[in-house]
Design a protein around this ligand. Structure first.
Ligand code: NAD
Length: 358
């Protein structure tokens, strides 16, 4: 297969971790006979420094021409005080918008080799954790109109609108159903249908959309209960689908119970066009440039890319198994080191995974 990937290394540890992921991409290409070509473009703080804006037009063009995009991270203290209109994070929002990326896939996977890093008790976490949170990314209260500030009875008041159209709900539920079909075929839709009108429509449309996938076992849960159940008994979940605001909170909650922010990948997808893959963590300015970052979240983002953009399941599994193997051999970057095994840096960890693929 011929694959074109646009790399957006970004800021802080971004270039270091993307570099290691490219090493893994090269190894997969050689092993499975693919031709993978990469281009690199500017986003975030480095784009501001070079061009004055966080998302140059040239970056959008390069991304549109690619089959998939791999992003490191953006931001850092250097740009914390600049005009909010051109902050590095605007680059991220901008690229999601430009590419119509409405579905955010956030797996919360706890590798059994790392169960001691989890914040949950061993009897709850069992042999690990494997949940996929599918969050709607371009609708709901974050984008709904009208929004703003007004005056009510002589005092300031502010408001946002949580709004979803039927087609917005349908397309995200289709994404979630297709993912559930590739996994355990269980889908839990999270809403607040006992209180919110928008949630009642969400539930109605979810039921009729999921009915097109007769093998899927659909359930519904109120968001407050879902937040609780994720801590009490996370293994009950296979795929969760929810709207933007609920998904923002629940996907962070689901991932942090694994205890290792440096391990978690994500994907943002649209209906057509290239999808974007990135680690969930930020640019970690406190450890940037010191070869201390954990590159595994970015490497696992590459595995997601093979699975979801190219339907190359064998390649995805090979990358995931290489990560397992290196962890089972006891290698750890600082963030997942708990006193046992061999502590390694970012480049060594990347090399070990690439070698494990051979
Ligand atoms: P962060 O995720 O960058 O760091 C939080 C903590 O986790 C830090 O102690 C960091 O050293 C550690 N950490 C993160 N990733 C790691 C890795 N791969 N290996 C080892 N340790 C790792 O979050 P923050 O400190 O709140 O934000 C730093 C900057 O990143 C800010 O400018 C923020 O706006 C930006 N940010 C960007 C993204 C993104 O690009 N998607 C996401 C979140 C934050």
């Amino acid at each position: 297969m011929n694959i074109r990937i646009c790399l957006l290394p970004g800021d802080g540890i971004g270039p270091e971790i993307v570099n290691q992921a490219v090493g893994v991409l090269d190894r997969v290409a050689a092993k499975f006979g693919h031709t993978i070509t990469t281009t690199s473009a500017l986003i975030g703080g480095i784009a501001i420094d070079t061009t004055g804006i966080p998302l140059p037009e040239e970056t959008i063009t390069q991304c549109q021409k690619a089959d998939a995009i791999l992003l490191g991270a953006v931001g850092g203290p250097k740009w914390d005080t600049i005009d909010p209109a051109i902050r590095p994070e605007k680059g991220l929002l901008g690229i999601r918008k430009a590419l119509g990326l409405f579905a955010n896939l956030r797996p919360a996977t706890l590798f059994k080799e790392l169960t001691s890093a989890s914040y949950l008790r061993p009897d709850i976490i069992g042999q690990g954790l494997d949940i996929m949170v599918v969050r709607e990314l371009t609708g709901g209260a974050y984008f709904g109109e009208p929004r703003g500030e007004t005056v009510v009875n002589g005092e300031r008041a502010a408001f946002n609108t949580m709004i979803y159209t039927e087609s917005e709900i349908e397309r995200i539920v289709h994404v979630a159903c297709k993912i559930a079909m590739k996994r355990g075929k269980r889908l839990c839709s999270v809403d607040k249908a006992n209180v919110l009108d928008v949630s009642r429509l969400w539930r109605e449309v979810t039921i009729r959309t999921a009915a097109q996938y007769p093998e899927i076992q659909l359930s519904h849960m109120y968001v407050d209960n879902a937040a609780m159940q994720l801590i009490r008994d996370p293994s009950q979940f296979d795929v969760l689908v929810t709207e933007n605001l609920f998904g923002d909170i629940l996907s962070d909650e689901a991932s942090i119970i694994t205890g290792s922010i440096g391990m978690l990948p994500s994907a943002s997808m649209g209906t057509t066009g290239p999808a974007l893959f990135e680690p969930i963590h930020g640019s970690a300015p406190d450890i940037a440039g010191q070869d201390l970052a954990n590159p595994l979240a970015t490497i696992l983002s590459v595995a997601m890319m093979f699975r979801y953009s190219f339907n190359l399941t064998t390649e995805a599994l090979a990358v995931e198994q290489a990560v397992h193997k290196v962890l089972a051999q006891g290698y750890r970057t600082g963030d997942i080191y708990v006193g046992q095994g061999t502590k390694v840096g970012c480049s060594k960890m990347g090399t070990l995974v690439a070698e494990a693929l051979a």
